[in-house]
Design a binder for this molecule. Sequence first.
Ligand SMILES: Cc1cc2nc3c(=O)[nH]c(=O)nc-3n(C[C@H](O)[C@H](O)[C@H](O)COP(=O)(O)OP(=O)(O)OC[C@H]3O[C@@H](n4cnc5c(N)ncnc54)[C@H](O)[C@@H]3O)c2cc1C
Length: 731
Amino acid sequence: MSTDHLLLAGGGHAHSLVLRRWVMYPHLRPTGLITLISRKSTTLYSGMVPGLIAGHYEIDDLSIDLRGLAEKAGVAFISAEIVGLDTKNNSVLLKDRPPIEFDQLSLDVGAETKCSKGFNNSLEEDSIIAIKPLPEALKWISNQDREDFLMNNDPLTVVGSGFSAVEVVLALRTRWPLRKLYLQADLLKLNRVFRPLLFYSNIVLISPLKSIKGQTLLCTGSKAPCWIEKSNLPVDSSGRALTTQTLQVINHPNLFAVGDCGVINNHYRPASGVWAVRVAKPLAKNLERCSKNLKPVKWHPQKRALQLLGAGKTNSKDARAWAAWGDVVLGPNSWLWRLKQAIDKKFMEKFDLSEMDDSSNRTHVDMACRGCAAKFPAYPLREALRKSALSDIAKYPEDAALISSVEGSESILQSVDGFPALISDPWLNGRLTALHASSDIWAMGALVSSAQVVITLPNISIEVQKELLAQSLSGINSALEEQGAKLLGGHTLEARSDSPYPSTLGIQIALSVNGFLSGKLAPLTKAGLNLGDQILISRSIGSGVLFAAARLGKGLPRHLDDALSELAKSQHNLLKPLIKFENQENQGSAIHACTDITGFGLLGHLEEMLSASNFLRHQAGQPLVRIKLYADLIPSFNGVLSLFGAGYSSTLAPENRKAWNLLEKNGNSLAPIELSLGSGIRYGSKEYSAILDLIVDPQTCGPLLIACSSDVAGDLITSGPWKKIGDVEHL
Ligand SMILES: Cc1cc2nc3c(=O)[nH]c(=O)nc-3n(C[C@H](O)[C@H](O)[C@H](O)COP(=O)(O)OP(=O)(O)OC[C@H]3O[C@@H](n4cnc5c(N)ncnc54)[C@H](O)[C@@H]3O)c2cc1C
């Protein structure tokens, strides 16, 4: 069986542990491309969820960083929603993205809540939610913290008779000591051992026959996602894919299914995290064996597994937990709670990326920053251009070249840009590269009309190359189509160096982009700074350090998620209001200067604006200008300043820091840029150093930066997303 592309669908407990194994023992990892697709970049460790609801833990305490884990394991990571499985064409169907082909697929997508028909219809209502998917349910519970719910003592009913219903209602009691709480359970199914504590915790048991009013949380058992059954796989009554003891789906030897979404035929085990954890090792072994064309081996799971249950402290007793062995439940007991906490903590420590030694897994080049942080620095670039007698290009560089301009008619602009894959998701990487390249055209005030692309593919099997090319092209096209632009053609190359792990990081894309500027409008340039202008920025900066830290397993995954979702948004819509102002302005341009922030960071690009503007001003006999930059107004992505504070930075940062020479020191008012500190930032403090690093951080898909009069600035700031970060003053 060929395993050029192994797809891990869902970042459940089993897949998380499989990835960890490949971080710890890289020689065990199958050699082809491995991709993990999961809804979010983190997954929650279920054993600590009741403790989270009770308030004993923060969400980060039980979040496993799937993207970071995958990266360390040499596995590509894609954050996307799987909506189906095409077993004929061996592809997984994704929401809002093209399908992905695989040779071998492993399913660990967990389960959804099994709702009775009555509740199914009411799930649209705000007052009812199912416990799974967990992130949505946790958000709903947080919303219930609102004072109006608590002050009115609005009752909340948990529905369910199993362990999770009991754990959740007890956890809610800890969260809301005084709120009216009901548990609607089938008394025949509810283990008797829980009843005294429910009683002492003032949780009222109600019959399943009673109709519920008010806020309702369903913990009514689980079923596998329905797309598994719809893909014609053999399933049990809960929609779980039926497998053999080798964990391969019956009659589908290239499909594996584990955790809550799979069950071994005739070896029923309940859907629970314990089994999803235990199956990880046999699954990993069989994936590894299949990749070497070895026969997979049978797994003989034990009949029962010990489960520790508990939500911590309730208002009647100290923190307690139960031990469940099948249907036999012992407790509650305080030492069981301490044991549970210790086991849970140890489990999560396994996923501390900073503690995982993967030095044998990745080379120095693998660790170097990507995207725009892989650019050649500004100063040696100028030197090289000078040496090759091309200094004119470097003198006053614009973001795009003016190819032709006919007065009164249209101007044609062209630019070229690209970089080694920023991220291991080939579709998103293609989209980001196309948006990044388009940004040079936008910075000249034009819309992109067409593009051509050169894609270098890693040196791997032709089938996988084909898939990576298709994914990259679709991603590029998604960015171009959204702007009304067309991909006209291009070229492909195959790298002559060894492919990295994952091979998706070996993709390099460069795009040549063309844009039109119609009618009387002149292209925007960097060179028009005017006295009294305001400097506006269109989005936050700091993506360089977020990616750099993530490569070292540092920073919070949600901060990188926030940044990525922002960078993946096209900024072409920002041009409409700019063009409107340009058209309205009778006396010259409304937007006096424009550029985008990329590899050289904010400071490097401000320098370009200043030197181009002052050159023209000098020639015109006008007074020279400088920029006053307001440190406390520069927007940065969440988590960026603390990463700088902790000493992280992009590999391009040391070169970019040379631009600090531009900053005014010791009252030297001849310096081109004054960094004005807000009231909260002291000169020489940690915050000050973080700001210094922020302004030289290289950006991929960075913001647009404009200079305009205060009137125009006022309108742009009001309509957003523009923010003021500086003023243009006399030098
Ligand atoms: C409140 C509560 C408490 C629990 N406590 C315990 C406990 O203490 N001990 C225990 O053993 N069990 C517990 N369980 C059960 C446990 O949650 C599950 O059995 C366990 O999480 C199953 O693990 P899994 O690996 O199969 O899937 P999951 O942990 O559910 O992981 C599935 C992953 O796949 C991703 N995914 C799902 N669908 C898609 C899709 N369509 N596209 C892309 N990605 C997708 C999800 O985002 C998730 O990352 C509890 C359950 C609940 C509700």
